[in-house]
Design a protein around this ligand. Structure first.
Ligand code: GTP
Ligand code: MG
Length: 132
């Protein structure tokens, strides 16, 4: 069984679609084994998005994640990393397939509702970072 790190971003919480997103994860048959709703520190968010440091959108991305509470979750299930990425959909709203979470709920690259680890290795690192 794989474990992956999922985060409902501040726009997802503010728009009141947290329950709907959690429901999709549960209906898929995945288990949420840890969760916390909180406002992360700048240091935590900058470390999480370290791979994007120096890119043009980095500051905007960090400030957006710091704009309100997020729901951080550890999600467990068979092939959870890849299956959750497929359920989340592309970050580009033009490419996010309908039926995916971003396809259904996101219309902007800057505010796109949800994060999921992009590999088993990043899942380990991100779970350690957010739940240590
Ligand atoms: P995350 O789950 O948030 O990590 O998204 P992702 O894995 O689908 O995309 P990626 O890790 O490449 O980028 C992280 C976040 O940075 C995205 O969700 C976007 O909000 C933002 N981002 C990435 N590329 C661009 C870009 O070219 N322009 C802008 N404005 N934002 C971007
Ligand atoms: Mg990413």
């Amino acid at each position: 069984m794989e474990r992956t790190f999922i985060m409902i971003k501040p726009d997802g919480i503010q728009r009141g679609i947290m329950g709907e997103i959690i429901s999709k994860i549960e209906k898929k048959g995945f288990k949420i084994i840890q969760a916390k709703l909180f406002e992360p520190s700048r240091a935590l968010v900058e470390e999480h998005y370290e791979e994007h440091k120096g890119k043009t959108f980095f500051n905007e991305l960090i400030n957006y994640i710091l704009s309100g509470p997020v729901m951080a979750m550890e999600v467990k299930g068979e092939f959870a990393v890849e299956v959750m990425r497929n359920m989340i959909g592309d970050k580009d709203p033009k490419l996010a397939a309908s039926g995916t979470i971003r396809g259904e709920f996101a219309n902007s690259m800057n505010t796109n509702v949800i994060h999921g680890s992009d590999s088993i290795e990043s899942a380990h690192l991100e779970l350690d970072l957010w739940f240590k």
